[in-house]
Structure formats: C-alpha cells, structure tokens
Design a protein around this ligand. Structure first.
Ligand SMILES: [Zn+2]
Ligand SMILES: [Zn+2]
Length: 141
C-alpha cells in the first residue's frame, strides 16, 4: 500500500525530505510545531501513513487513531501543556488546509486570536473534536 504521497509537504516532513521542528516521532505518528502558531503552543500530530483527512479514516485505522490521541498526552507532558485549556481537533472536509490528516493541539485557548478562534472553532462544520471523529470511525465498521 502507498504510504508516501508525492507533493505532500507532511509526507516530506515525516521522511525528513522537508525541514520541520519535530517534537516527537515513533513508528506510527509524528508531531511537529505549526509554522503559523495560533497560540503559545501549537502542534500538529500526523499519522506517518498518508491519509487525506478525518473523513477517510476507516475501521482498520482504529489503532492508528488511538495512537494519534494518546500522542496528545505525550506532547502535553513533554511541552508542559495544561490539557484543561488546550484545544484539539481536526479539519472536516471540504474545509481542509493540507490534505494529510493532522490533529491540531493548541494551548492555551485564551491566547488564540479572534480570526484563529474562528478557524479552530470547536464542533463547527469545519473543525471537529476527537470524540466526533472517534464516533464517526465507530460507525464505519
Ligand atoms: Zn502526506
Ligand atoms: Zn490544519
């Protein structure tokens, strides 16, 4: 199965063909700093395997999805994030930015400016919670 897509900036970052600030990586996921941070802390958790977006996750990605979620705790621990004031979520099609699935981790919420607050508005049509995607994934079975 194809795991690396040409002309995908995140695939290039994962395979070290493009520069980035990696915070964490293992066999399944990579976490980088967002180059255009919306708050003091802004990280992106990427599956190492190319998946276009959250809507294209299927039931066999279950374990991978759980690894993406558990990476939030690893990053919070590493970077000293208070999870009670941290926003996480995924873009929901057709409102994608980069077509490689990524979980946004933004903290603290109070430092997010008005425009970014709109882009990363929780449970909107364009930005959905990890719980939303989790139940979407369950219904894919
Ligand atoms: Zn990719
Ligand atoms: Zn994004």
């Amino acid at each position: 199965m194809e795991t690396h897509i040409n002309n995908c900036i995140f695939c290039d970052i994962i395979s070290n063909k493009a520069p980035s600030e990696k915070i964490y990586e293992d066999d399944y996921v990579t976490c980088i700093k967002d180059i255009n941070p919306a708050s003091t802390h802004h990280y992106l958790i990427l599956p190492n395997k190319h998946i276009n977006n959250a809507k294209e996750l299927c039931s066999r990605d279950d374990e991978l999805y759980d690894r993406i979620l558990s990476t939030v705790d690893i990053i919070a621990e590493k970077q000293g994030l208070d999870l009670t004031v941290t926003r996480t979520g995924f873009h929901w099609p057709p409102f994608n930015t980069i077509s490689h699935l990524h979980l946004h981790v933004i903290s603290p919420i109070c430092n997010i400016n008005l425009f970014k607050k709109f882009i990363f508005k929780p449970n909107s049509y364009w930005f959905v919670s990890t719980d939303y995607v989790k139940s979407y994934l369950k219904n894919q079975k």
